[in-house]
Design a binder for this molecule. Structure first.
Ligand SMILES: Nc1nc2c(ncn2[C@@H]2O[C@H](COP(=O)(O)OP(=O)(O)O)[C@@H](O)[C@H]2O)c(=O)[nH]1
Ligand SMILES: [Mg+2]
Length: 303
């Protein structure tokens, strides 16, 4: 997972440990770092920002006396990453929001949007399990009424964790299905509604319009983009489009376990201005991780 990104970071740390920090050498390290980030499929604006900040911080370091440069360089790296990828406790914030709505007797509603095959349906059920394990049961709306087999796939996954799915026929209005689910949750006092939606191979205006309509009708508390980490910059661009057209609050990247580059994970927050909430790290329903500081530091430093 994230092998090339790890290499880029450890490369800088290793080299600075071994070298005196002459202006020229710093420049050379940063140039190398830049190329590695680009080959990790990190978005250009994020590459520029990271290199600019690294250069600033390293030139400051030169004037300090230190014994172990590697720990200081490591610290600098995490500091500048934190500037492009705010790694706060987003999940804890959502748990508080769910609790607050629950106290008011209303279900908390999350709309999931994203391309076809990105991992949306699996992620919705993973999120249902994640919150169920923390005491919040949910109802899932089968609002992908477009793709053949979508409703059965969702029901089968949800059944395995004993979560109810509200569905209608294929071709039904996705917004109506979602509203049905919200009404069921309200009358049965279920605190959470998760809306699974359709994607398309191409993220086109029709799909974006459909999502916009569901959002307008259902008025969810949150909209979350789910993309495929393996798609790199394409996933980042898609998230941007969904954000501009529909408006998103968070992003989730599935399939990080299969992603050697890590560019999308590093770029998505900075380019969309929206936090990365979870990452999918496998095909089992427990394979989801809140994307916070501890998790990311562990990812980048473990062998
Ligand atoms: N390795 C891996 N595979 C995943 C992950 N999330 C989803 N998948 C797989 O990706 C494929 C598409 O997922 P699906 O949820 O149907 O995508 P959707 O079309 O966006 O709803 C399925 O085979 C999933 O098992 C993940 O985090 N890691
Ligand atoms: Mg699906």
């Amino acid at each position: 997972m994230l092998e090339t990104l790890k290499k880029a970071f450890s490369g800088v740390i290793e080299k600075i440990k071994m070298a005196e920090l002459s202006e020229k050498e710093i420049e050379r390290f940063i140039e190398e770092f830049k190329l590695q980030l680009i080959s990790s499929d990190v978005a250009v604006e994020v590459v520029d920002k990271l290199c600019e900040r690294l250069s600033e911080e390293l030139s400051k370091l030169k004037f300090k006396r230190f014994t172990d440069p590697s720990s200081q360089v490591k610290e600098i790296m995490f500091k500048i990453i934190g500037e492009v990828l705010p790694l706060e406790g987003w999940v804890e914030k959502i748990l508080e929001m769910i609790e607050e709505k629950k106290r008011g007797g209303e279900p908390f509603v999350i709309l999931f949007v994203g391309p076809n095959g990105g991992g949306k349906t699996t992620t919705v059920v993973k999120v249902a399990k994640f919150f169920k394990d923390r005491g919040y049961s949910s109802i899932i709306a089968a609002s992908d009424t477009f793709r053949a087999g979508a409703i059965e796939q969702l029901k089968k996954l949800a059944e395995s964790i004993k979560i109810r799915v509200v569905s209608q026929k294929y071709g039904a209005d996705p917004a109506a299905v979602a509203l049905d689910a919200v009404m069921s949750a309200r009358s049965d006092k279920i605190p959470l509604v998760l809306i699974d939606t359709a994607g398309r191979t191409e993220v086109d205006v029709n799909l974006l319009e459909e999502m916009k309509k569901i959002k307008r009708v259902v008025k969810p508390d949150l909209v979350i983009y789910v993309g495929d980490a393996l798609m790199g910059n394409v996933a980042v661009e898609q998230a941007k489009r969904f954000n501009e057209y529909v408006g998103i609050d968070y992003a989730i990247l599935a399939k990080l376990d299969a992603d050697a580059r890590g560019g999308a994970a590093l770029s998505i927050s900075y380019t969309t201005g929206k936090p990365l909430l979870f990452v999918g790290i496998g095909q089992r329903l427990e394979d989801i991780a809140p994307f916070n500081r501890e998790y990311f530091q562990r990812l980048l430093t473990q062998q």
